[in-house]
Design a protein around this ligand. Structure first.
Ligand code: NDP
Length: 243
């Protein structure tokens, strides 16, 4: 059987992606780092939408934890494979560069970029043999497309993810695996909860923040059979913000 894996599925955009992708009819593995209650709420919403899911906790930034989780899953599912991977887990830890600590730089890069690397490398081994096919969708950001001041670490990580998307798309296309990214602008989640919303909204042509469901809709399209000839693309989802 095929499975879907969404990293950072416990909250925000990841939760909306889990609920939306459950409609495909495949079981959804809901990854998270520490917030089990929130992940259980995602699972409830997946089930309420008529889907199936399982919690799948591990820290994407910890290579040993990634390998241990996938090893265990493979041992328990010898006939199954993960055919849709959404690399969504991410953190931000903003500061101007000259004040940025080693930890702020390292933690943000580790979660977004190394997390992508550890997990995607492992799961490609499921997707590529015998042209079984697959979908990899990376959640980048406006910050990675345009660069945002105060976020040099986050912009670097998210821009790195776009470069990785474009390169891997060319490697994986001959095996029927597509690799795409979405780049959301300002979306209503815990990550943006502390931002000066009234000021920011003035810059957004659509006049509002986006919803996690609006991001999930684009992810669902890229995950669908209809998107089989789209690869190496970045879809901006930002209400018209200049990119
Ligand atoms: P939230 O802060 O609401 O949720 C983050 C999610 O990532 C949580 O599920 C969290 O798990 C998980 N997570 C964080 N670190 C790890 C880790 N090391 N291993 C596994 N899971 C982890 O974020 P959003 O929903 O807002 O963001 C989701 C993605 O979208 C991120 O990559 C973010 O950078 C990106 N994005 C968000 C935008 C926005 O405006 N909100 C705009 C552009 C991009 P737990 O609950 O256990 O902490």
């Amino acid at each position: 059987m095929k499975y879907i894996l969404v990293t950072g599925g416990s909250r925000g955009i990841g939760r909306a992606v889990c609920v939306r992708l459950a409609r495909i009819g495949l079981p959804v593995l809901i990854n998270f780092k520490s917030n089990a209650d929130a992940a259980r709420e995602t699972l409830s919403q997946v089930e309420a939408a008529g889907g199936r899911g399982e919690l799948f906790p591990f820290d994407v930034a910890d290579q040993e934890a990634v390998d241990a989780a996938i090893d265990k899953w493979e041992a328990e599912h010898p006939e199954d494979y993960i055919s849709i991977l959404v690399n969504n887990a991410g953190i931000r830890d903003d500061n101007v560069l000259f004040m940025m600590s080693d930890e702020q730089w390292k933690n943000v890069l580790d979660t977004t970029l190394n997390g992508f690397f550890y997990l995607t490398r492992r799961l490609l081994k499921h997707m590529m043999p015998r042209r079984r096919g697959g979908r990899i969708i990376n959640i980048s950001s406006l910050s990675g497309v345009k660069g945002l001041p105060g976020q040099v670490n986050y912009s670097a990580a998210k821009a790195g993810l776009i470069g990785a998307t474009k390169a891997l798309a060319q490697e994986a296309a001959p095996r029927g695996v597509t690799v795409n990214a979405v780049a959301p602008g300002f979306i209503e989640t815990d990550m943006t909860a502390g931002l000066p919303k009234e000021e920011l909204v003035k810059m957004i042509p659509a006049g509002r923040f986006g919803t996690p469901e609006e991001v999930a809709a684009a992810v669902a399209f890229l995950a669908s059979d209809e998107a089989s000839y789209i690869t190496g693309e970045v879809i901006n989802i930002n209400g018209g913000l200049y990119t």
